[in-house]
Each structure stands twice: as structure tokens, then as C-alpha cells.
Design a binder for this molecule. Sequence first.
Ligand code: ASP
Ligand code: MG
Length: 416
Amino acid sequence: MALIVHKYGGTSMGSTERIKNVAKRVAKWHDAGHQIVVVPSAMSGETNRIIGLAKEIMAQPDPRELDMIASTGEQVSVGLLAMALQAIGKQAVSYAGWQVAIKTDSSYTKARIASIDDVKVKADLDAGKIVIITGFQGVDEQGNITTLGRGGSDTSAVAVAAALKAQECLIYTDVDGVYTTDPRVVSDARRLNTVTFEEMLEMASLGSKVLQIRSVEFAGNYRMPTRVLSSLTDPLMPLEEEAKSGTLISFEEDTHMEQATITGIAFNRDEAKITVLGVPDRPGIAYQILGPVADANIEVDMIIQNQSVEGKTDFTFTVPRGEYQKAMEVLEGSVKAHIGAASIAGDSKVSKVSVVGVGMRSHVGIASQMFRTLSEEGINIQMISTSEIKISVLIDEKYMELAVRALHKAFGLENA
Ligand code: ASP
Ligand code: MG
């Protein structure tokens, strides 16, 4: 017998028919002798619908009131699932975040979990009940309802699993796992049986949107084994088979590395590049350029400063494409004159492609293989950045898919 947390996404909870299927699956796990806590999302489209209503009233709704309503989709889900379980003869009880309680800070619409009380849940589990807890929501010190940011139910589930010291957190979703790259770009992308949480963090932050990134951080911090698996299979499929399906997010030490050096190719289509030309090369310049950009709440990613020639240098960095105009305005506004730069150039049609893998720690030559592959395809590299387990290049958006396909093949990631 083990304590296991299941999380079901919006699609899996999308209709009463589907909720009945979730109930069958959950009951199957409970019948096998496990203690089960379920953390569902709102029914698909519901959170968007609710936020849409708020926006019909005002463009910038008060975040506290927004959380008050945005959190209700999950409340409907838990109640319906409890009923669906009761309808098939299971004892089940649902809780909103504040009832558990899942305590958060007060940053409405993006609150962070501070603590989770396990007393009530443990007592219910010991009494043989299936416990269903709202995803996405919590309560702050003052008793205000908060939400954890879009996609936050993943984080709720992993956090609940960590608090209860569950054996595993199973994230049931509409894809059957994590792939070597997006199968819409590379048709023979392969599903990974395991991926380390560090790799997953890189893949998630680079645009593979299977899980909310904060949930992966939680899994890593609390060493919670977390599995991404399909909710579209037959709910009554054999449990042993289901328990091994999907992709397990694991920890380097306890994985027998199935894969070679590289685990996946991640990409981010929507990048923009900005170059400040002819900047005096003196202390404080990076701060004077990037400080105002950060103050405008714009996230900067890759950064390069060139060798200076006659006391002048060029400074290049990337921002999300959606922030490009704003960043240019900030720089053209006061920064350029203030630092005495010659000019500012930009390109909003660039993409980032990265190879990711913990195997990089013990293998050399990955970067040169990556650069050779791109050069054979005639793709120009505009910027390069590296971390211990990742090499990223910035290239013309036109060549992004070509680059991803070529690298996927060069590193032998395709389906055997
Ligand atoms: N219902 C919330 C959303 O749509 C949370 C979640 O589904 O994870 O973002
Ligand atoms: Mg989601």
C-alpha cells in the first residue's frame, strides 16, 4: 500500500462523462489498496471563461477579486469528482484550498505555496476515504483566496504530494509523456521513459509546456518522483501497466541512464534580439542598459558583450518577442542618450534552439557536434549560451524547424 497523488488536467475533467472515467481510474487505484489524493484542474475552458467575464467588466480587474472567481472552476471539479466516486460506491470527500489549508503568500494571481497542513487529509485517508483537493488555489495569512498562476494545478499536486510524503505524483494529461522534442516539429520524436528534473526544468523553461515550471522546481526541491502520463487510455487498463507508462521525472543518481549524451532538443520560437551599438566600455554599462529593462519587468535571456575597440563596445541581449517593442522604447527613451550609445538595432524574428542533457557533464564535443550540424545546414548562429547541461543558439526564425530536425537526427534521438 502506498500513498499516491493523482492530478487530472482540464481536458481529462472536460465533461461529466470524462469525470466519470477519472472516477473509474481513481477507484481502480484505491481498490488495489493505495491511499489516493486527487488534485484536479477546472473543466477545460472554464478558467478562461471566468477570466473573460471579469474582463468584460474591466480591463484590469482587481487581482484579489480575480482570484476570488478564477479559483471557482476547480471547486466545481472537486465536487463533481467526489460525487462521481460516491456514485460508484467509493467514500470520497472534496476540499477547497483554504479548507486543507494550503497556505500561500498574498501575491494574487501568482501566489507561492508556503505550507500545507496534512492533518485532515491524513485522517480521511486513514478512514478509507479518497480525498480530492482543488488545484490552483490557496489561502493567504488573512484568509483571502489566492491562485498559483495559470497551469498552477500541477504545482498544487506536486506540493500536496511532497507535504504528504507520497510515493509518487502522477500527472494525468492529454499527452502521453515528455518527448525528445515537440512531435509537431519532428514526427519521429521519441517519448522518454525518464528525464531528470533538471533536464525537465530546461525543457519546460524552453517552451515544452507539458508542466507548469514551478511544479518541476517543487519536484526537484522535495525530491518527489513525478510521472507525466496519459488520461486518454482505458481507465480500466491494468494498473501495473499504467503505473509504468508515461515519463518519470527522476533524479540523476537513481536513473539508469537510458539515453545517450543528449536527452532532448528544446526550442523557443518567439525571441527578439536587441543590440546597443557603440557603447563606451566602462564599469556600470551593463547595469545602465539592463537595469531599466528589468525595471520595466522585461525578462532578459541571452547576453553578449563584445570585445571593445577603441573604448567602444556592442552589447547584445534577447527578450521575449512580446516584450520587444517595450524594450526598444525603454532603450530609445532615456538609456541611449544617457550612456552615449551610437545606435540601437533590433531583430524580432529570431528563435532559440537548445540541446539538453545531463550526459553533457561527462561527454565532450557536444557543442562542436551541434555547431557542425548547423553549419552543414547553412544555418548562421547569432548568439550562443551554455549551462552545465544545455547549449543554446539563437538563429533566424526561418531556420528554426530545420535546425531542430537536423539536431534531433544528428544526436540520434529519433524512434528506433
Ligand atoms: N485552471 C487553471 C488554469 O486554467 C489551473 C490549471 O488548470 O492548472 O490555468
Ligand atoms: Mg496544465
